[in-house]
Design a protein around this ligand. Structure first.
Ligand code: NAX
Ligand code: ADP
Ligand code: MG
Length: 280
């Protein structure tokens, strides 16, 4: 297994061309955040916008609208139950992220079906949190798209059947091979204290991260950052590796002076970190 080190950053984070505009940096739809888990999709949104995505729309429960805008006015709000809006907007997106704080009720399941029907092969679809739990529970077939899965270890167990205690680079690779077999391009980010990333071109282990990250919303934030990187940077595998590295590298920096790192603090520190690591 190769290691994900700082050397990934200059390959991915490039100085922005002078004549670029928001359209250059991709459109992202983040779908999730039910009445109880609004914080999850707000934290994802903070990650995506702070990572530099050009335009971000957050599809969530209407009760989350004012908190979303209080936290991050740069993001647009859409009601995730509005079928017309979903059908109008999702085809225009570079990246769709589905599942952070979505919950697992019937409404959530129907939303997954809607997104799976609408997504096209040239789009990137990130699946996180509740979406992964529902896909595993109902044996849903993944649509044809560039798929990024971001399971924690229990979600990975649900998806693949590999028990948490038996998860290691070898068993995870075998499970990844099975999942990826019928997909044009699938990336699995198996999150833990030593996150492993499986791509069609290789398997990688992250070298950053701290127990100060062990708090709710940390994975929602990662899903947002990965979406922001995937929207902007052309090489999808490298973009995901750089996002995974960056999320925890920023946490490591903050943890030098903090007992716990709050997920939104990672997003707040992201623009400066990316500035420091951009290459010509
Ligand atoms: N502020 C918010 O709105 C938050 C919403 N969240 C959302 O809540 C939904 C449910 O996600 P959860 O992950 O909380 O619940 P899950 O039920 O999916 O997974 C948690 C269960 O897995 C077990 N587990 C074992 N090993 C684990 C590991 N390495 N990492 C995580 N869990 C492990 C836990 O003990 C627990 O029983 C998701 O949609 C998620 O996005 C969470 O992200 C927490 C914060
Ligand atoms: N001890 C740890 N060391 C490093 N990273 C950790 C540690 N504990 C948790 N993390 C990171 O925090 C995130 C947790 O994701 P997840 O469980 O999905 O969070 P949530 O769903 O609450 O947002 C992952 O990116 C994981 O790698
Ligand atoms: Mg999660």
């Amino acid at each position: 297994m190769k290691l994900i080190t700082a050397s990934i950053l200059p390959k991915v984070i490039r100085k922005r061309p002078v004549d670029s505009f928001k359209g250059t940096y991709g459109k992202v739809a983040l779908i999730g955040g039910n009445q109880n888990y609004g914080g999850a999709i707000i934290m994802s949104t903070l990650g995506t916008v702070s990572a530099g995505a050009g335009l971000t729309t957050t599809f969530t429960a209407p009760s989350n609208q004012s908190s979303l805008h209080a936290w991050i006015p740069e993001a647009m709000f859409a009601d995730y139950q509005d079928q017309t809006l979903l059908q109008q907007l999702l085809p225009t997106m570079t990246v769709i992220s589905l599942g952070s704080g979505l919950g697992t009720d019937q409404q959530a399941l129907e939303l997954i079906h809607t997104v799976f029907d609408l997504v096209t092969p040239h789009q990137t679809l990130l699946l996180d949190g509740s979406a992964l739990t529902l896909i595993a529970r109902d044996h849903l077939q993944l649509p044809s798209a560039n798929i990024i899965l971001t399971p924690h270890q229990m979600e990975w167990e649900r998806l693949t059947g590999v028990k948490l205690a038996e998860q290691n680079p070898e068993t995870n690779q075998r499970a990844y091979n099975q999942l990826a077999a019928n997909q044009p391009h699938l990336i699995a980010v198996v999150k833990s204290a030593q996150t492993e990333v499986f791509t069609p071109t290789g398997a990688f282990q992250n070298t950053t991260g701290t127990p100060a990250q062990a708090t709710g919303g940390m994975g929602d934030t990662l899903a947002g950052i990965v979406s922001g990187f995937a929207a902007q940077f052309a090489d999808l595998d490298a973009a995901v590796l750089a996002a995974v590295y960056t999320h925890s590298a920023v946490a490591d920096q903050l943890a030098q002076q903090q007992y716990v790192v709050l997920p939104h603090q990672i997003s707040a520190a992201l623009p400066r970190f990316m500035h420091e690591h951009q290459a010509e």
